[in-house]
Design a protein around this ligand. Structure first.
Ligand code: UTP
Length: 295
């Protein structure tokens, strides 16, 4: 059994769906309630036992690097004012020294390319990939569930979720050979297939555990769907060698790369918060009442 120690966080995308905010703020720094998106992904990785955090960044993502730095002046001022609660909140974001590294993707050529540029930091061991846009709400972290499953299956593992057939063109989709509980053994993967030719409705969500053999495939990858270097295509090239398993995670996924998904996630996480729950749900009820009357 291999301990999964490293995780790659591709955060080099341009986030055009969140313009104008993303003109000067990295998408991953947009807050869901009061924590930036990236914090949810890092917390999920920490809970899964990840020790090394590799960020694939790009120009304009400086705020993300700063976020993980110690805010010495701020801490000093909070200490002087005796603001223990605020200090404890900061403490929960503190990462062990040397645990974070940043590598630049000079051109946004696609997710496959983003993973490729992290090769020298990953080295020759299985590793996790988390796309911070996919926020998964649930009791047990999705990556932790996958790490436990991967200890038995090995090979490449992708998080999966059932989607309506009309939506397959927005996802990578599995061609399933056999299912066993939450596991779906794949005979192929297709990126963004049209609904009428999609091999299934089991879609890939932004959590992966990859074997280092993926780098050889990424090195020779040509442009795929949308002209981008697609990670799905590289994984597909490994179905007959390393093997690929889909894992239906237990949890609710929000597509925070889209405005609709982000707004829904904000509401769901606010309703989970004991300090916000009552006031926020009363507000929603009041807002919805006229809509119900009109319907
Ligand atoms: P998206 O497809 O959501 O692209 O990337 P995007 O640029 O972030 O957002 P839009 O579509 O312009 O609104 C999915 C994930 O892959 C990363 C993104 O940062 C995001 O986490 N990514 C994508 C890269 O790191 N590099 C790329 O070249 C492309």
């Amino acid at each position: 059994m291999t301990h999964i120690r490293k995780a790659v966080f591709p955060v080099a995308g341009m986030g055009t769906r969140f313009l104008p905010a993303t003109k000067s703020i990295p998408k991953e720094m947009l807050p869901l309630v009061d924590r930036p998106l990236i914090q949810y992904a890092v917390d999920e990785a920490r809970a899964a036992g990840i020790e090394e955090f590799i960020f694939v960044t790009a120009a304009g993502k400086g705020a993300l690097e700063d976020y993980f730095d110690t805010a010495a002046a701020l801490e000093h001022s909070l200490q002087a004012k005796g603001k223990a609660e605020a200090l404890a909140t900061l403490e929960r974001t503190r990462m062990p020294e040397g645990a974070l590294s940043f590598v630049r993707q000079n051109k946004a050529l696609g997710l496959g390319h983003a993973i490729r540029v992290a090769q020298h930091l990953v080295g020759n061991e299985p590793f996790a990939v988390l796309l911070p846009d996919d926020v998964i709400r649930g009791q047990a972290g999705a990556l932790g569930q996958m790490v436990a499953a991967h200890a038995k299956t090995g090979g490449h593992m992708v998080a999966t979720m059932d989607v309506p057939r009309a939506m397959t063109a927005q996802y990578g989709v599995l061609d399933v050979a056999r299912e066993d509980g939450p596991l779906a053994y794949a005979r192929g993967l297709v990126e963004k297939p049209r609904a009428d030719i999609a091999p299934s409705t089991l879609a890939i969500i932004g959590r992966y555990i990859l074997e280092p053999s993926i780098f050889a495939k990424l090195a020779h990858l040509g442009p795929g769907a949308g002209g981008e270097l697609q990670l799905t295509d590289a994984i597909n090239a490994e179905v007959d060698t390393a093997g690929v398993t889909g894992y239906r995670f237990d949890g609710e996924r929000f597509d925070c790369g889209s405005v609709q998904g982000f707004v829904q996630a904000t509401a769901a996480f606010a309703l989970d918060r004991p300090d916000l729950q009552q006031g926020f749900s009363q507000f929603l009820d009041q807002r919805r009442a006229p809509l119900h009357q009109a319907a």
